[in-house]
Ligand binder design. Structure first.
Ligand SMILES: NC(=O)C1=CN([C@@H]2O[C@H](COP(=O)(O)OP(=O)(O)OC[C@H]3O[C@@H](n4cnc5c(N)ncnc54)[C@H](O)[C@@H]3O)[C@@H](O)[C@H]2O)[C@@H](O)CC1
Ligand SMILES: Nc1ncnc2c1ncn2[C@@H]1O[C@H](COP(=O)(O)OP(=O)(O)O)[C@@H](O)[C@H]1O
Ligand SMILES: [K+]
Length: 477
């Protein structure tokens, strides 16, 4: 069993792939063996999380997720704990594995009770209501158990998935359990790491329940970028040139943030072309930045971050930028301009040079002609659709940032937290991506590595220090 941390990459499997692997694993191991392993793993984790727990409330649903919970109850009973089980199943319609675990829990003397527990007296609660079989919004007793788990002062351990969380999308379309820990079984599911997944699953643990067998993954949970050593005999030209095109009147700060981020992330030289009527400025904290009028940029030699505070003015520059920029990050207003103009959409599709689009969900919705709700309902699918439509790497921002490109399984970024929800951090990310592109990374690597580094800075940010976008830009290593 492993705790899932951002220190390494992990393969992610959606529900269809997991069902496929489950069928093979059951065929190989024999009936009930997998559920026995799942229940034992759950009980062991429960004990590790709450070693002194006496009272454990286990809410068990009607299917095999409930079977895992019953199996765990049996072990906890054997180990001298006092598990109390609320079981929502129907013996007439019970699958054989869950029926076997029900019999074992009863034989062990586990207490079954329909009464809701005295919530404050529980030391631990286990959510074994629904897992992969979660088919519709919970109502009735199921919804009441979800509410009880969420009201519990005790930590909640969810088996396989927090009840109500969709394995493939990270969305919940009804009441859902908010767990402190989730033990994912057989595979890690993408929905645990994006959308609502991070908030509902808490700390994720993983037990493969079997050795060796696997099926093709649907996505990856990204790992850290490889360390980049600088050759001693290198010079500023070795790390490439970035230009930021943005900063319309009143929004110059966005361009400075992206430029400062590119500079601190290691770009050799950083130019800023502000759309603010061409006035030249020296940012007090970054005299290294070189200010140019937009027509002066030698786009064909530059990694360009375009959009950051660009306002409507950026649209006029996009035909040239799309045609000429050696590498390109399109952010914010540049994305909105593309969304509003089919000519720019064609130019983006025809572009052959490396390109990264960095929309937040609303920008993605504009590009897709859909809504933020539709994008968030399936972030992986939305990112894939955008990548296919524009033939570019897409980095869809938000909790569990998704990176994808045509023909490749998406990566979900494991780092970052809600302290990043402050104005300007997206401009910083665009600057990071541009710096990686300028240094020679592929568009895919630049997007994955920049997202990871951006989130990791937030994850290690000192508790007492305000996380502002300008401080984030300067903190890049
Ligand atoms: N079969 C096995 O040996 C194994 C099963 N495993 C567990 O089994 C789970 C999948 O089991 P199932 O396929 O039985 O699925 P679940 O146990 O997640 O739920 C399926 C049952 O819940 C009902 N249901 C779904 N949504 C409902 C709703 N909103 N209101 C009321 N009832 C609802 C379905 O009609 C069905 O009876 C996995 O998540 C995992 O926890 C794993 O332990 C691996 C081994
Ligand atoms: N709750 C969160 N968890 C993880 N990352 C977040 C969260 N909220 C915001 N972020 C990150 O912060 C950045 C915000 O970017 P964006 O929405 O473009 O803001 P802005 O336009 O103000 O710069 C993105 O990288 C996004 O992924
Ligand atoms: K569950």
């Amino acid at each position: 069993m492993h705790p899932i941390t951002p220190e390494r990459a992990w393969a992610l499997h959606g529900s269809a792939a997991t069902r496929q692997l489950e069928a093979r694993a059951i065929a190989a191991a024999g009936p009930h063996v997998l559920m026995q392993r799942a229940g034992l793993a759950t009980a062991r984790l429960a004990l590790a999380l709450a070693p002194h727990a006496r009272q454990v409330w286990i809410a068990c649903g009607p299917g095999n997720n409930g079977g895992d919970g019953l199996e765990a109850a049996m072990h906890l009973q054997h180990w001298g704990k006092r598990p109390r089980v609320r079981w929502l199943g129907d013996e007439q319609r019970l699958a054989p594995d869950a029926a076997a675990s029900l019999a074992r829990a009863r034989a062990a003397g586990v207490l079954f009770t329909d009464a809701m527990p005295e919530l404050q007296s529980q030391d631990l609660a286990i959510d074994a209501l629904l897992g992969l079989g979660n088919a519709r919004a919970a109502t009735g007793d199921l919804a009441a158990c979800i509410a009880a788990l969420n009201a519990s002062a005790a930590p909640v351990l969810a088996i396989d998935l927090p009840t109500g969380l969709a394995a493939d999308t990270g969305q919940a379309h009804g009441p859902a359990v908010r767990a402190r820990h989730t033990l994912s079984l057989l595979t890690l599911k993408p929905g645990l790491f994006t959308g609502m997944g991070r908030d509902l699953a808490g700390q994720v643990w993983f037990d493969a329940l079997q050795d060796g067998d696997t099926v093709p993954s649907d996505a990856t949970l990204a790992g850290p970028p490889p360390a980049r050593a600088r050759a001693h005999a290198s010079h500023k030209g070795s790390y490439g040139d970035v230009a930021v095109l943005g900063g319309a009147p009143g929004m110059r700060g966005a361009a400075v943030l992206a430029a400062s981020a590119a500079l601190h992330a290691g770009a050799g030289r950083v130019y800023v072309a502000a759309l603010d009527a061409g006035t030249v400025d020296l940012a007090a904290d970054a005299p290294e930045l070189m200010w140019r009028a937009p027509p002066e940029l030698a786009l064909a030699r530059l990694a360009v971050a375009c959009g950051c505070g660009g306002g409507p003015q950026v649209a006029a520059w996009l035909p040239r930028v799309l045609a000429e920029a050696a590498q390109l990050v399109l952010d914010a207003d540049a994305l909105n301009a593309v969304a509003a103009d089919t000519g720019l959409q064609d130019a983006l599709r025809w572009r052959a040079q490396p390109t990264v689009l960095t929309p937040h969900p609303l920008e993605a919705a504009r590009l897709l002609g859909s809504s933020t709700t539709a994008v968030q309902a399936d972030r992986l699918a939305a990112a894939r659709a955008l990548a296919a439509r524009f033939g570019a790497v897409v980095l869809l921002k938000g909790s569990g940032t998704v990176v994808t490109e045509p023909g490749r399984a998406p990566a979900i970024n494991p780092t970052g937290n809600a302290r990043l929800a402050t104005a300007g951090t997206g401009d910083v990310l665009a600057g990071f991506v541009a710096a990686h592109l300028a240094a020679g990374s592929t568009a895919w690597e630049a997007a994955c590595h920049a997202a990871y580094a951006h989130g990791a800075l937030a994850d290690t940010w000192p508790a007492g220090r305000a996380l502002t976008a300008s401080a984030l830009a300067r903190a890049a290593a």
